[in-house]
Write a new protein. Structure first.
Length: 132
């Protein structure tokens, strides 16, 4: 009986360590911004540009403000920083504020492209979460 209680205690201890190490990953929070060329050169400004990673889950919340005015279909609109890039291709529903809808294609390389009508006066808005 004594021998088996030692094994049970040891097993419980090892399982607890494994469980805690998985939970510990959720305490790792990192933030960054998407690289938007127009914003980087001072030609426009995003209203909301948040990339946050909690554990292995990345969330992007983006409102282009006036930074992407007059872009066309298939234009590269941002670059995701290293450590935040998706493992697979993502197709994300997006919209132009008070006008038409479109899609943002996010490649595993971190490049994001606008797929939709020319952005005349509205900002592109989307949010997405994915596992890295």
């Amino acid at each position: 009986l004594f021998f088996s209680s030692i094994w049970i205690t040891l097993l419980y201890f090892l399982l607890s360590i494994a469980y805690v190490s998985k939970l510990e990953n959720l305490y790792k929070v990192q933030q960054a911004k998407l690289y938007v060329h127009a914003e980087a050169i001072g030609a426009g400004r995003t209203t909301c540009n948040i990339v946050e990673k909690v554990g292995n889950i990345v969330t992007i919340i983006f409102d282009s403000g006036n930074a992407l005015k007059n872009i066309n279909d298939n234009t590269v609109i941002f670059q995701i920083p290293d450590g935040f890039k998706p493992k697979t291709f993502l197709s994300v529903n997006a919209s132009q504020y008070n006008t038409s809808n479109g899609t943002v294609y996010i490649e595993p390389s971190g490049i994001g492209k606008w797929k939709g009508a020319t952005v005349n006066s509205a900002s592109i808005i989307f949010s997405v979460s994915y596992i890295v």
